[in-house]
Design a protein around this ligand. Structure first.
Ligand code: 3PY
Ligand code: MG
Length: 250
C-alpha cells in the first residue's frame, strides 16, 4: 500500500515542494509532473476559492498536495478538508488555545470533533467509511508559526496531540518583529531556530518556506524536512525574464 503524505512527513526525510498560487489546473498539472514531492496550494494569498481548490487537486493527481486555508475559520477548514487534500496547513497559529480549536475541527473523534461530510474526500460517499476510519492517520494537520507570539508559545503548541508538523513562515515572522522581509536578520533567525528546536524536541517534522533553492539549501542541512521552495508565478516570471534578457543581450 502507498504511504500517505502524513506517513511520509513523519518519516522526516526531505520533501521538496513548491507553491501553487495561480488558479490554473494546468499549472498544478505541470508542477505535479515536475518531480516535486508535494504541492503547497495557497488559498491564503492565492486568488482562488473552494471550487478552484477542488479542480487544482484533481489536476495534481497523485502528487501530494497540502492546502493552506485562508483563516482559522472552521467553515474554511472543513470545506477544504472535504475537497480531499493530503494535508491542511493553518496559517498564523499563535496560541495553544487556537491550536486546540484547530485540532478539534481537523480530526475526527477521539482526537477531535471534525464535521462528518460526504464530499470528494470521502469518494463522494463511495469510500466514506474507509476515509472516516483513516483520515486522522493519513491527512496531515500542519500548523504555521509566523508571529513572535507563536514563537513564545511554541513549547506548549508542539505538545498538543493532533499537531502533525510545524511550518515556519519567515516572512510574516520577520514582519511581527518589525523587520518585514528581513528573513536572515539575526533576531529573526534566532526566533526561527527556537521554533525548529522546539518542534524537533517534540519529535515533530518542521518545514519552512524560501523563495528559491539558495534560500532553502541550508535549511535542509539544518534538519528541516518539509521544504516549500519558490512560487509558481515567480518561477514563471523569472524564467521568461531570463530568456528575454539572454536573447536581448546577444
Ligand atoms: C511566510 O513566510 O510568512 C509564509 O507564510 C510563507 O509560507
Ligand atoms: Mg505567512
Amino acid at each position: 500500500m502507498n504511504r500517505s503524505f502524513r506517513q511520509l512527513l513523519r518519516a522526516q526525510k526531505p520533501l521538496i515542494g513548491t507553491f501553487l498560487s495561480l488558479a490554473s489546473p494546468e499549472a498544478a498539472e505541470i508542477i505535479a509532473l515536475s518531480g516535486v514531492d508535494w504541492i503547497f496550494m495557497d488559498m491564503e494569498h492565492g486568488a482562488f476559492g473552494i471550487l478552484e481548490v477542488q479542480r487544482l487537486l484533481q489536476a495534481a493527481g497523485n502528487c501530494p498536495a497540502v492546502v493552506r486555508v485562508p483563516s482559522h475559520d472552521e467553515v474554511w477548514i472543513k470545506k477544504v478538508m472535504d475537497t480531499g487534500p493530503d494535508g491542511v496547513l493553518i496559517p498564523h497559529v499563535n496560541t495553544p488555545e487556537q491550536t486546540r480549536r484547530i485540532i478539534r475541527c481537523c480530526k475526527y473523534p477521539p482526537l477531535g470533533q471534525r464535521d462528518v461530510g460526504i464530499a470528494r474526500a470521502q469518494g463522494y460517499g463511495a469510500t466514506f467509511q474507509n476515509y472516516i476510519e483513516n483520515a486522522n492517520d493519513q491527512m496531515a494537520v500542519i500548523i504555521q508559526i509566523e508571529h513572535i507570539d507563536g514563537v513564545r508559545n511554541i513549547d506548549e503548541i508542539v505538545r498538543i496531540p493532533g499537531v502533525d508538523a510545524v511550518f515556519i513562515g519567515p516572512y510574516d515572522l520577520s514582519g511581527s518583529m518589525n523587520k518585514p522581509g528581513q528573513v536572515r536578520d539575526a533576531e529573526v533567525e534566532t526566533a526561527v531556530e527556537t521554533v525548529r528546536q522546539s518542534a524537533a524536541d517534540a519529535g515533530l517534522p518542521v518545514g519552512i518556506f524560501g523563495v528559491n533553492a539558495d534560500a532553502v539549501r541550508s535549511r535542509i542541512a539544518e534538519g528541516y524536512t518539509l521544504i516549500a521552495c519558490g512560487i509558481d508565478a515567480m518561477l514563471l516570471g523569472e524564467a521568461v525574464s531570463s530568456m528575454v534578457k539572454s536573447l536581448k543581450s546577444t
